[in-house]
Write a protein that binds this ligand. Structure first.
Ligand code: DX5
Ligand code: ZN
Length: 214
């Protein structure tokens, strides 16, 4: 399993320390949640913060934009050296051209689906994607309760990906912990995002390793 700890749950008064913990952990990437207070009812952090994080983080950056019109921010995401740019299907009117522009900017492209958005909405674009990020909570806040339908949705997406021959990886975000993660692994998830489970743990590096072992 690949693991992408979410910085949203880090200690912002000691961010350098938490990034160093991630650098020295088994994490495969760092998940960065950008919120605009419009697409979601919360505001997190923006590009000046991400720029400084990118300068000290040695893991690939997995950017999850919870913002309207994400197509306007492709160059800013590229400029922080992001490996992966995830945009919400519900926030982007012209997915096909936006995905092409993300690729032209040299990044991997992912589409994120809110819990109520069906997997079938991606049927005509799945071959162009490097990742699909399934939300297992409503986007906007850490520490929410996992929506139990998610493993079923992972199975539907796994089927779509194998039938289409797509290379897309399946990433899950929200309420991932020791209890919910095994079912996601069994259903075919490739990457688990974890915020409060990792940063709320007495031993965050051990929490990361335990997810990795699934
Ligand atoms: C929520 C964010 C998540 C969040 C997950 O909108 O996309 O990445 O940090 O937090 P936990 O793991 O605490 O549910
Ligand atoms: Zn996220």
């Amino acid at each position: 399993m690949l693991v992408s700890p979410s910085m949203l749950a880090a200690d912002f008064t000691n961010l350098g320390k938490d990034i160093e913990m991630i650098n020295n952990s088994d994490a495969d990437m760092l998940h960065l949640d950008v919120m605009d207070g419009v697409f979601v009812p919360n505001i997190s952090f923006g590009f000046p913060v991400l720029k400084q994080v990118s300068e000290i983080c040695r893991k690939p950056l997995d950017v999850h934009l919870m913002i309207v019109e994400p197509e306007k921010w492709i160059s800013q995401v590229r400029d922080i050296g992001a490996d992966m740019m995830n945009i919400h299907q519900e926030a982007c009117l012209h997915l096909y051209s936006t995905i092409s522009h993300i690729h032209e900017a040299g990044m991997k492209a992912g589409v994120t689906l809110c819990p109520a958005t069906p997997v079938s909405t991606l049927t005509d674009i799945i071959s162009d994607l490097d990742m699909v990020l399934l939300m297992s909570v409503e986007p906007g806040f850490g520490g929410q309760k996992f929506i139990p339908h998610t493993p079923e949705k992972v199975r539907q997406l796994r089927k779509l990906i194998s039938e289409s021959g797509s290379r897309a990886l399946i990433e899950i975000d929200g309420g991932v912990n020791a209890k919910t993660a095994p079912n996601l692994a069994e259903a075919g998830a490739d990457i688990l995002v974890a915020g409060s489970y990792v940063f709320g743990s007495d031993n965050p590096q051990q929490a990361i390793s335990s997810l990795k072992a699934l």
